[in-house]
Design a protein around this ligand. Sequence first.
Ligand code: ASP
Length: 352
Amino acid sequence: MHDASILIIYTGGTLGMQESPRGLVPGHDIETRLHQAFAALPPARQASLPTFDVLQYAEPIDSSAATPADWQRLARDIIDGYSAVEASAPRYSGFVVLHGTDTLAWTASSLAYQLQGIDRPVVVTGAQLPLETAGSDAPGNIEAALRFAVCQDFQEVAVCFAGKLMRGARTRKWDTHDFDGFASPNYPLLGELVDGQPVLYPTRGLDAQQRGLPRFELADYSAFEESPVVRIALWPGLSTRLLEAWLLDDRVQGALLEVWGSGNIPDDPALTGLLAQASGEGKLIAAISQCPHGPVSMDTYAAGRGLIDAGVLPADAMTPEASITKLVHLLAQPLSDTERRQRFLTPLVGER
Ligand code: ASP
């Protein structure tokens, strides 16, 4: 009889790293190490932890090396644990993903698109310090993630860090060192630990039509060894000629432009012409603001109208991570250009 309720998937990251002559490298045997870390918690906190199994990747990575193929593998492993392909295999009621912090927000965003409609918690967490380092944030972050992963009213992909529960597709790494290292700049917390207890804010969860009815979209990202999407942050004095090299490259199928303020670009016909040409070739081009807070509204200034005229899609207040992973996700699916554009503008998982 199998009674573990949660599957922990260990992908690597500082959380599980150990010293080597070359500096910190991803460590192994995370299951034993987790049990050792939890054994040091006060008895009441140990007792409040759910039972769990651990799936440890044979080659844990520093998440700075993650690619779309890693996002895809993770989604598939979650679905395997979700639906138990073989009758004797366990089915889990919640998932905790242990991940490096550098690209954690990208993975969480991608999982949200791949696991659309999921009816149980998927909680991604990491740490600024390794598990065994004195005073590390790792044990507390994993403990909190496990506590939220058993909350069955919570049905989406989230990031749990420093006691805060944030929508995965709204989260960004915010600090290189501080334990309070992640933020959800344009959406409130989904929950938080209050006096050590997990508290959810249900009105901030996904709308009823976006959850509870899995319609997984396991698009094949394997063709994207080399990303089909480029990320271009505008800078004063930018050269349209340099942008041409990226936007007109045949391998580029989509682009995220990080424009100024509420959605402005230089009033330069060569630039708008280039954007119109690339978008006319069927490239999916979206724009967010370089400001971390607030949406783009490209029709406020004349300087923004050029984006609309060129067919650039407003990405509202989406994070760069959620925007690029959405472009990748849509490009991986057999959709027409029109369908891709429509779906980019539609909130799929509360990302906009
Ligand atoms: N470089 C590490 C990683 O992303 C950083 C971390 O985990 O905090 O895997």
